[in-house]
Design a protein around this ligand. Sequence first.
Ligand code: SF4
Length: 267
Amino acid sequence: MSEVKHVPAKSFLVKTGLGSDFACNPYVGCTHACSYCYARFMGNHAHRPEPWGSYVEIKDYPNYDIPRNTGEKSVMFSSVTDPYQPIEKTAKRTRAILEEICESRLHVSFLTKSALILRDLDLFSAMANVTVGFSIALDDVSASVLEPGASLPSERIRALQSLHQAGIRTFVFIAPILPGITDVFTILDAVDEHSDFVMFDRLSLKHPENKANIFRYVANRKPELLGLYRNVFENKDSTYYDSLAQRIRDRAQERGRDYRLFIGKGE
Ligand code: SF4
């Protein structure tokens, strides 16, 4: 990776309508380099010629002031980058923000694909309201191709266990669910007892580069699934996700689990 640039940013808190009051994205870009990355469109805003996933920039803030009357509002780390991607090991921008806000009343949540988040357990333990989530949708073999810069799913699961054992509220986001590839129930067996709730979402291939990446992966590694992928993503057949959603609902009912679905009929 070329030299890491610093970019000025007005505030570490940005208002968002994505399920929380604020988003905090301490970096521009994400070297986890997921083949299906929904934040790929951000590459246009960064004015970088390199492919999305190959660079990261560090945001410099004038201060870490929390606006007045923010009180118990919610902040999500992050929406268009991963706050614990590899650069965080040395740059520690996410940790610097946490050190500033850990005594506030903000409701802070994380979504990451990195076991590095465990480093900041000392700060989470001091916070009034914190929730840590891991995205897990693949096994180690497929993740090493489709999420090459992220911690392996097995490492994420170990970090999840440690945080949950330490009393931190945790969740798992099984997303994006890749038809015929994501083994939802094996993941649930591994994470159920270490998470307070689990969320589920389908794969979206609206970005043409994401579609090309995933279809190439399926053609090369799982050619027997190509027909299914054409059916789901080109013919818009919802049968696969609808029936999966029903099986997940059945399991939630059987086990009394808090499962939150964004897939299937009526979602
Ligand atoms: S971790 Fe998230 S933001 Fe980073 S490349 Fe993967 S999908 Fe994109």
